[in-house]
Structures are given as C-alpha cells and as structure tokens.
Design a protein around this ligand. Structure first.
Ligand SMILES: O=C(O)C(=O)C[C@]1(C(=O)O)C=C[C@@H](O)C=C1
Length: 327
C-alpha cells in the first residue's frame, strides 16, 4: 500500500521563473543563431518578433528580459534601424556581443526555375550582401523588402507575398519545402554579422580586459571642429574606435548623431576620463554599455594610458592643490 504524502513534508521549492528573450524571427534567422550562443538563454523563453524596434520595445515595456539584435554587417555596414532605435528608446543597455558567419541561398516555391525569377524577397541587409550576384545573375529582378531572412521565404510559401524567390539562410531547407535555386550567393564568402544582446539599464558586467563601450554622441551646433574635438576625447587617452557611424537626428537637415564603439570599459580610467570629456562638450551623450568583445581579444596600451598612470597623475594633482611636499 502506498502511503499518502505526509502533510508535514517540506513544500516544493518554487521553480525559478524563466527569462524571456526577444529576437527577429521566425525561427531559423541568423538572429536566432546569435541567441543560441548565449548560455543563459538556454531553456528560457524565446519570443520571435517582426523587427528590431519591436524586440527593443519588448524590453522597455517589460515583456522580455533581453533582446538580440543585429547591429553591424561586414559587407553592408551598420544596421541603421538598430542604431536609430537604440538612439531613441530610453533605458536600454548592451550587455553582450556575438558574431555569426552569414551566407545565403536563393529559394523559390516548389517548381520555380531560376530563369523565371522576377521578384526577389529579401531583408534589406541580406539584399545588400548579395547585390553583385543578383545583378550578374538576375539583372531584371525587382526587390521586395522582407522583415527577416526567414520571413522572406515563409511569406512567399504562405502566399502573403507575391515573390518568386527569397534570399534566406541555408538552414531554411531543413524546415520548409522549397526549391533550391542557387547557393552561396553572398558577395563575400567571409561575411559576418555582429549582434548585441540588449537588456534594461543594469550596471555593466565587470571589465575583462577585452571590452567594448558603445556610445551615441551629438555634436554642439555651429561649432567648427566639433567632430575633431569629439575624436580627440578618445585619441588623447589612447582609445581605439572600432565603429564611427553618423545617423541623421531627423529634426533638421545636416544634423547628425555619431554612433561609436570604443575599445575598453567604463571602469577603465582612460574611458571614464574620455566620457567626462564628452559630457563637457556634447549636448547629448547616450551610454549604451560596456561589455566583453565577441572575439575576446585583449587590447594592450602603452604605459602612459594605464589605470595606474591616470591614478598617479590625479594623486599628484591633489597633492599640488593640498600643498603636500612633492615626492
Ligand atoms: O537575423 C536574420 O536572419 C535577419 O534577417 C536580420 C539580419 C540583419 O538585420 O542584419 C541579420 C543578419 C544578416 O546580415 C542579414 C539580416
């Protein structure tokens, strides 16, 4: 006979609540491949959405804990929709960086032949990476923008779009019955897309020695040499920039904000000093976060830019002010 559970048994421990991650769907996108690189995201809830702004809005509004978004492609450059969303949506922080090799196939509805393709559905960033192949192979085609690399094909199969063919990741054929029309159609076989994981404002993960800091900075108006002064904040502190892109602010012609990735962490003395310099002259500095670089490459600095030398110089100045005898 089995005994009834004793009423004095310890109550079961509450299950830890699962975290939700938004990403550009549907399943099978490169963005999903980037999310698969995040160990903490395993066994959590993955929420596919239709665009980057929706993924970030999920985080801002609390529907998700974090969002994975594409931010830069080695062939097509900065993903402007992501840069603009980060510039205008408050309360977000980049907490991680991930790289995904990207290559593309052209797929059609079952029975479609390459020579009959006229309308090609593709995400604009993917389209930009296949332009040379497309103009050589399908010079008369028209482009139908799609919201993602997988949505291009799924919308075509489901009759939501009139496309004859779609640019998609190679894995698409494992999930859908499609005609493979061409493989390896990307203009650069080594193309890589950089993704970032974005959460609500949190303190930065601790420095690793291989970190990046992302910023968006506006220039003062009517200020000759302002861009040079912005760059000097980094140059005079020995900080390398790995990204400098301009995006229109949108309120008037000729007004731009600068999207910057700088080597180093906000807790590095030289980076903190550069941020103070930027804050003094720029009307708006958005700090997007400091996080470990995807390639984990340690950056080495000449001694004059080390934390110790910054601290020593500050102590020296304090000593001069306080009248302490010089060592
Ligand atoms: O994640 C996907 O598959 C996407 O469709 C998005 C995206 C992008 O926004 O850059 C991702 C990687 C490729 O470079 C092309 C498109």
């Amino acid at each position: 006979m089995t005994s009834a559970p004793s009423s004095t048994a310890a109550p079961a421990a509450p299950l830890p609540s699962r975290r939700t991650y938004s990403y550009l769907g549907p399943a099978g996108t490169f963005t999903e491949a980037a999310l698969a690189q995040v160990p903490e995201a395993r066994d959590q809830i993955w929420r596919p959405v239709r665009n980057v702004a929706e993924a970030l809005a999920d985080v801002v509004d609390g529907r998700s804990d974090a969002a994975m978004i594409a931010i830069e492609n080695s062939v097509d450059g900065g993903v402007s929709t992501a840069q603009d969303a980060l510039a205008t949506m408050p309360g977000l922080r980049i907490v991680g960086e991930y790289l995904v090799r990207v290559n593309f196939v052209l797929v059609g509805r079952p029975g479609m032949r390459l020579e009959d393709v006229r309308l090609v559905a593709a995400h604009p960033v993917a389209y930009g990476q296949c332009l040379r192949w497309l103009s050589a192979t399908l010079p008369d085609h028209a482009h139908l923008p799609a919201s993602s690399n997988v949505a291009s094909a799924v919308d075509m199969i489901e009759g939501v779009s009139d496309a004859d063919a779609a640019i998609a990741p190679p894995g698409i054929l494992e999930h859908h019955d499609l005609e493979l029309l061409a493989e390896e159609i990307g203009d650069n076989a080594n193309a890589v897309t950089r993704f970032v994981l974005v959460s609500r404002t949190v303190s930065a993960p601790p420095p690793t020695g291989a970190d990046k800091t992302s910023l968006i900075v506006e220039l003062p108006e009517e200020y000759p040499g302002a861009l040079l002064e912005l760059l000097e904040q980094f140059a005079t502190r020995g900080i390398n920039l790995s990204l400098l892109a301009s995006r229109p602010i949108g309120d008037a012609l000729g007004r731009y904000r600068f999207v910057i990735d700088a080597d180093g962490h906000i807790q590095d003395e030289r980076m903190a000093d550069a941020l103070l310099g930027l804050r003094r002259f720029s009307p708006k500095v958005i700090y997007l976060g400091s996080y470990p670089r995807a390639d984990r490459a340690i950056v080495h600095y000449p001694d004059r830019y080390s934390d110790e030398v910054f601290v020593e110089a500050r102590d020296w100045l304090r000593g001069l002010i306080s009248g302490a005898p010089e060592a």
